[in-house]
Design a protein around this ligand. Structure first.
Ligand code: NAD
Length: 428
């Protein structure tokens, strides 16, 4: 039996900011609303496999340092695990577990034939040389060798990892396998089996779902105002493709400041300004603005595309956007969900909004396995089709079951994964 919008309870502030507890709160609400039985809940809630590795690395000065890394495969019910690897000093196993489960739900919402996984290494990449990063990446790959592969688990870039990191992983894996195996990772350079359109894919996917939401709410695209937090891969690319398509990007918020232009920022010029000065502030064609003031501007669309936990129970009431498109993973805590719901904000949840990236990663994996590469238009068209269908699936589910979009996305995803598990049965 369906329960209407069960609340997501998170007890204390520390708990509110723990991504695993946020992920579990949303999982529990969706499982309850679906009426999933206890056994299935246990299967879906627990990661299928978790690996912790201690990685010795010879530093440039001759010392040996040992770094801790993780790879969590949350689910392989619908296909190989899929998900990025991040390098950061504050990586925790709980965070990797949460991110791995989000990948399972994201791939299910978009109906991609993947499960979910995520990896991370506790390190500060800013303090490591290129040579040290390469040795760290290669040794981590070697220690993961039996656990990854095109049919097992397919990593990709995430925070502080990039095309070069993926090229090192692909090469290390291939040297161990004895032949070149490009399909072991996605997000590779185009010259090494990468897909055209991958760099822009997440930002472009955000634009596609925002267009659908505007249409749904009857807001004219030509007059739609957009605020974006984060001018990196997701936010920067979303700004680029959206401004090219005629959206008015009135503000960009970065870690060191915000810029505003009520007529819409010239994103190409802002990108060049950041390239030259290292910052978006003091841009000639806009005015500097306080970061919070910009984030809480009255606008049609707000795209948090920087990091997790930026919208919490303490500030959600200040959001003045009609549409919230979650470009980042986990930008909203579970405790903030009911506040956004009560304010009537049309939320496009992260597991739908930023799925353009994993969708084109799927295309990369397909192209590598076929050995036949598509042009950029074909990649963009196929991604758009998947994003539009996924948006429609989530919104139709929300309307049918009278729940909000986030709960609908989780319910749809859990339902699809549970169905796959039921069909496969429990192997004994
Ligand atoms: P990125 O490092 O390229 O960009 C992040 C940007 O946010 C940087 O420019 C950084 O300076 C800025 N930033 C950091 N802290 C900030 C703050 N407090 N306020 C404002 N700006 C801040 O990273 P990315 O790849 O764009 O990823 C951003 C988010 O999107 C992450 O949550 C990531 O997991 C998620 N995501 C990324 C992809 C992808 O394809 N890259 C796909 C799905 C989800």
């Amino acid at each position: 039996m369906l329960v209407e919008n069960p609340p997501f309870h998170v007890a204390t502030e520390d708990a509110e900011l723990n991504p695993l507890l946020s992920a579990e709160a949303r999982f529990d609400a969706a499982a309850q609303a679906l009426g999933l039985d206890d056994g299935m809940r246990k299967v879906l809630r627990s990661p299928s496999r978790e690996l912790t590795v201690n990685i010795p690395v010879l530093l440039d000065d001759g010392r040996i340092e040992v770094f801790t890394g993780y790879r969590v495969q949350h689910s392989i019910a619908r296909g190989p695990a899929k998900g990025g690897i991040r390098y950061a000093p504050d990586v925790t196993l709980d965070e990797v577990r949460a991110l791995a489960s989000w990948m399972t739900w994201k791939c299910a919402v978009t109906n991609l034939p993947f499960g979910g996984g995520k990896g991370g290494i506790i390190c500060d990449p800013a303090l490591l040389s290129q040579g040290e990063l390469e040795r760290l990446t290669r040794r981590y790959t070697a220690q993961l060798y039996e656990f990854i592969g095109p049919e097992i688990d397919v990593p990709a870039p995430d925070m502080n990892t990039n095309e070069q990191t993926m090229a090192w992983i692909m090469d290390t894996y291939s040297m161990r396998a004895g032949h070149t195996q490009t399909a072991v990772v996605t997000g590779k350079p185009v010259d090494l089996g990468g897909s055209r359109g991958r760099t822009e894919a997440t930002g472009r996917g955000c634009m596609v779902v925002v267009e659908q939401a505007l249409r749904k709410l009857g807001i004219d695209r030509a007059s739609a105002r957009v605020v974006i937090q984060g001018f990196g891969n997701v936010g920067g690319m979303a700004a680029k493709v959206m401004s090219r398509a005629g959206f008015k990007i009135i503000a960009i918020v970065e870690w060191d400041g915000a810029v505003y232009n009520e007529n819409g920022l010239d994103i190409r010029a802002l990108t060049e300004h950041r390239r030259q000065t290292g910052s978006i502030v003091d841009f000639a064609d806009g005015v500097n603005m306080d970061r919070e003031e910009a984030f809480f501007l009255e606008t049609d669309v707000l795209v948090p595309a920087a990091k997790e936990n930026v919208i919490t129970s303490h500030n959600a009431h200040r959001i003045r956007a009609k549409i919230l498109c979650e470009g980042a993973n986990g930008p909203t805590t579970a405790a903030a969900d009911p506040i956004l719901h009560d304010k009537g904000i049309f939320v496009i949840p992260d597991i739908l909004a930023n799925a353009g990236g994993v969708t084109v990663s799927y295309f990369e994996w397909v192209q590598d396995r076929m050995g036949y590469f598509w042009n950029e238009q074909l990649v963009n068209d196929r991604m758009e089709e998947i994003m539009i269908n996924s948006f429609r699936d989530v919104v139709a589910y929300a309307e049918k079951h009278r729940v909000d979009n986030r709960l609908a996305a989780y319910m749809l995803a859990l339902d699809r994964v549970a169905f796959a598990i039921k069909l496969r049965g429990i192997y004994a």
